[in-house]
Write a protein that binds this ligand. Structure first.
Ligand code: HGY
Ligand code: MN
Ligand code: MN
Length: 414
């Protein structure tokens, strides 16, 4: 059983790659790397270099995922391990990137020892998990799972560029989207290593944890239309102020989600037009992100929220329209694969603690194609989607030991 030394050297290697990727951003002030951007292209080519140096064959699929393959002693189905290379705006450097770099370092260590596994391993850097640039999300993992609707290629970003146009600019062929799809028989399963993005492992004083299930999520675009007018001449009682109406909607969303168990609701983006200080806003658009570990709870929250928005619309004489731009059902991790990952945690010397994920992950999409399991890594104060997101090198080394034990002891018999 290979049990790589949990030396600082392993953590240092991982951090060296993480820090190199963190330099690739659209902004010098913070880490922002959106899908199909020049920065995404640079990140993909840097990861491709590391994969090649680790003895992997490397390709980019038709949706812009970067995929490295480390051949095994047999050429049967491969174990896929990966996560995403895109970030949120002003994001942290571990969300996504850790799940690409950590298994890559494990393969690098095997390659240096000229060690082959009984089966092939594929490492994937997915092109779009955060869904920051376009309304939809999980584009890369859904393309691999074969669950993506080609219509999504017409989604536009804030500057009106469609995904299809962005893909062409990225050097991919959007008409060949279907070629990204993998067959179930090509894979043993998919494992994702990811920072916890929550406080549980810190509270348990554990470096790693086994994920049981991933919360489902829905995203909406909400449009409020009132009537613009002169800020100085329209009496308060005669206004149809779209921004005040939207504000009441947003407070209601918070109230409803706060009073429902297991549901979280977030309004992360808002625009108000015409956007002048002396004009009553006539048009407002805001985002809504709804999550729950139980899909029925999320459905109930959705019904209550949009009933409340309809009442506000009537009372304030504004129109309020909503469009769902994305939906993913809550996903349970596969027991066969999770048992193997759980044994790897225990055999690495760590108490096995299982926990659900409130955040969404590419594993949700891959679960439609192949068994999935996730390893969480402790992160400081549970902070994520924030520049202060951080983990320790020791915890990175601990997680690498677990993954190396998973790889070298993997039982391919289902
Ligand atoms: O939003 C999420 O849950 C993930 O971090 N994209
Ligand atoms: Mn993530
Ligand atoms: Mn994220």
């Amino acid at each position: 059983m290979a049990n790589i030394d949990q030396s600082a050297a392993t953590g240092t290697r991982i951090f060296k790659y993480i820090d190199a990727l963190a330099q690739i951003s659209e902004s010098p002030e913070n880490l922002t790397r959106v899908s199909f951007s020049a920065e995404h292209k640079r990140a993909n080519s840097l990861v491709a270099q590391w994969m090649t140096a680790a003895g992997m064959s490397v390709r980019t699929d038709s949706i812009g995922n970067i995929i490295g393959r480390y051949e095994g002693e047999s050429d049967g189905p491969a174990l896929m391990i990966g996560s995403h290379l895109d970030t949120v705006r002003n994001g942290g450097r571990y969300d996504g990137m850790l799940g690409v770099v950590l298994p890559l370092v494990c393969i690098e260590l095997l390659h240096e020892k000229k060690q082959r596994l009984p089966y092939p391993v594929e490492i994937v850097g997915f092109c779009d998990e955060e869904g920051v640039r376009f309304p939809s999300t999980l584009l890369g993992s859904r393309a691999i799972a074969g669950t993506i609707d080609e219509a999504v290629l017409q989604d536009r970003d804030a500057s009106g560029i469609t995904i299809a146009e962005a893909l062409k600019g990225f050097g991919c062929d959007p008409t060949a989207l279907a070629t990204a799809r993998r067959k179930a028989e090509e894979l043993l399963g998919f494992v994702e290593v990811h920072i916890e993005q929550g406080p549980v492992l810190e509270r348990e004083d554990l470096p790693v944890g086994l994920v049981t299930a991933i919360s489902g999520a829905s995203r909406y675009r909400v449009k409020v239309t009132g009537s613009a007018g002169h800020a100085g001449t329209v009496p308060m009682g005669l206004r149809q102020d779209a921004l005040v109406a939207a504000s009441e909607c947003i407070v209601d969303i918070e109230h409803i989600c706060t009073n429902m168990a297991h549901v979280v609701g977030t309004v992360g983006m808002i625009t108000a037009l015409p956007g002048a200080g002396n004009v009553i806003p006539g048009d407002v658009e805001f985002s809504l992100d709804l999550r729950s570990s139980q899909d029925t709870y999320r459905d109930n929250a959705e019904a209550r929220i949009f009933a409340s928005l309809a009442e506000i619309s009537k009372r304030r004489q504004v129109t309020i329209q909503h469009e769902r731009t994305y939906q993913a059902a809550s996903t349970s991790c596969d027991s066969w694969l999770s048992d193997q990952l759980g044994s790897a945690i225990s055999s690495s010397g760590y108490r096995l603690h299982s926990l659900p994920s409130g955040a969404g992950h590419d594993a949700m999409a891959l679960a439609k194609l192949t068994p999935v399991a996730m390893l969480f890594v402790r992160c400081k104060n549970g902070l994520s989607h924030h520049p202060d997101e951080s983990i320790t090198q020791e915890d990175a080394a601990a997680a690498a030991t677990v993954i190396m034990n998973l790889l070298t002891r993997f039982d391919t018999n289902v």
